[in-house]
Design a binder for this molecule. Structure first.
Ligand SMILES: Nc1ncnc2c1ncn2[C@@H]1O[C@H](COP(=O)(O)OP(=O)(O)OP(=O)(O)O)[C@@H](O)[C@H]1O
Ligand SMILES: [Mg+2]
Length: 405
């Protein structure tokens, strides 16, 4: 079973769940807002009726009762007459509506008329006015949402933003802790492997020397082959030890390093696969050659695996003078990668091969990103036609001969 298929399904499920929660919360709050808005209109109406009773009545008991009812209503409102002049108001900012005695001039300062105008305009925008007849004249009651209702309208957005920020922080924390855990596993395993290989390799080298002496066989073909294999083992151990520690980068001609490896590699694969090597020989980058060879080996092996039968592999080295970068493009005529898998192929454990571990590309990505401060990605791919992987490194020599890639 492919764990990445699972991961994706979970991601979609969680996303769907989040959308359900968010829309449920928005729906419920908008339901509450609608009901409160309805009740606020009723309250404005009650206030308007009470005002009419106050203006029309001289019964003190009744007036006290009406005042009590009126003051229990918290909807900010203004009544205007037929000409639009303000008759009375309620629930507005008292610091701007009241008449105050000014200490300096000892005069009463009138309320702020601009404030009333502003409020009236705002109320006109918010709700249609309630018409009210007082002494046969048409008056209009304008009102706006109470502070409570305004806050409630904002509430779901504030709530969702807070939840989103929280989820983002949690996700970042989890993924960075998972990444550092992965780092520790990689580094630990690599160190242990290099350590375990070290002792038998040293013994093998010593045994070979002893054999040569004992059988007086300096030029024996079998011993030479054995020596080659031991050298290969040494390279493998060296790679693992470098993965387990901080790699030292040295400036190298990218062209020379890549060409050396391609030349070594191409004679070891089927004759049905042809190789083409092109590029700018002047580009330089900081490289750790044993680790970089490992990258090339993984990419070229994958290209060979992707070509079923006859095909070709093209390696090209070019650069971008403006961005001061070196590009290494490896193109094959293999089976191609689906666009949806462009990122997935770099995940550890993802493989489509029967005997693959799915580790090659994730190791390659680590070597390029963590040890060479570069980038690697699928530049292009088409199913059935082929794939181009691109490595981007920093050009350490801004040569005039650099071509734009
Ligand atoms: N050039 C390519 N063309 C088509 N598919 C590719 C190519 N390179 C990688 N892939 C796909 O990406 C998968 C992962 O590659 P990766 O090198 O990480 O693992 P692997 O080759 O399957 O196993 P191994 O651990 O032995 O390298 C491959 O199984 C293959 O499906
Ligand atoms: Mg591979």
């Amino acid at each position: 079973m492919n764990p990445y298929q699972h991961k994706k399904r979970w991601k979609y499920l969680l996303l769907a769940f989040a959308v359900v929660i968010a829309s449920g919360s928005l729906f419920y709050t908008s339901y509450l807002v609608k009901n409160i808005a309805k009740s606020e209109r009723t309250r404005a109406q009650v206030w308007a009726i009470s005002m009419r009773q106050i203006l029309a009545s001289d019964d003190n008991d009744f007036l006290n009762y009406v005042f009590a009812v009126r003051d229990s209503l918290t909807v900010p409102a203004i009544i205007t007459d037929g000409k639009g002049e303000i008759v009375t108001y309620r629930g507005l900012d008292t610091t701007r509506t009241s008449i105050k005695l000014e200490a300096e001039t000892k005069k009463y300062k009138k309320y702020d008329p601009a404030y009333f105008k502003e409020e009236l305009e705002y109320m006109k925008e918010q709700h249609a006015p309630i018409k009210l007849k007082v002494f046969g004249e048409d008056n209009y009651v304008y009102y706006k949402d109470s502070p409570l209702l305004s806050q409630l309208r904002l509430f779901p957005y504030v709530q969702l933003t807070v939840i989103a920020i929280f989820l983002l922080m949690a996700y970042t924390a989890f993924s960075s802790s998972r990444k550092s855990e992965q780092d520790r596993v990689w580094v630990g395993l690599a160190k242990e492997t290099a350590h375990q290989l070290g002792t038998p390799i040293s013994s093998l080298i010593a045994w070979i020397e002893l054999m040569k002496e004992k059988f007086n066989a300096q030029d024996d073909v079998l011993i030479a082959e054995m020596e080659n294999d031991v050298k290969r083992l040494e390279i493998v151990a060296d790679r693992f030890s470098k993965i387990g520690s901080k790699a030292v980068l040295e400036e190298h001609s990218v062209y020379a390093v890549v060409k050396d490896f391609v030349d070594y590699f191409k004679v070891r694969v089927s004759k049905n696969i042809s190789f083409e090597f092109t590029g700018n020989p002047h580009l330089k980058a900081g490289l750790n050659v044993p680790l970089f060879d490992w990258v090339l080996e993984n990419l070229l092996k994958n290209a060979v695996n992707a070509i079923e039968g006859k095909g070709s592999i093209k390696v090209d080295i070019c650069g971008n003078k403006v961005k001061n970068q070196v590009f290494i493009d490896i193109t094959d005529t293999g089976k191609g990668i689906a666009r949806s898998k462009f990122d997935t192929v770099f995940q550890p454990g993802y493989t489509t091969r029967k005997r693959g571990w799915g580790l090659g590309l994730s190791l390659t990505k680590r070597i390029i990103e963590n040890y060479h401060n570069g980038q690697i990605f699928v530049k292009d791919s088409e199913l059935g036609k082929g794939t181009t992987f691109r490595i981007v490194l920093k050009n350490t020599r801004n040569d005039k001969k650099t071509t734009n890639g």
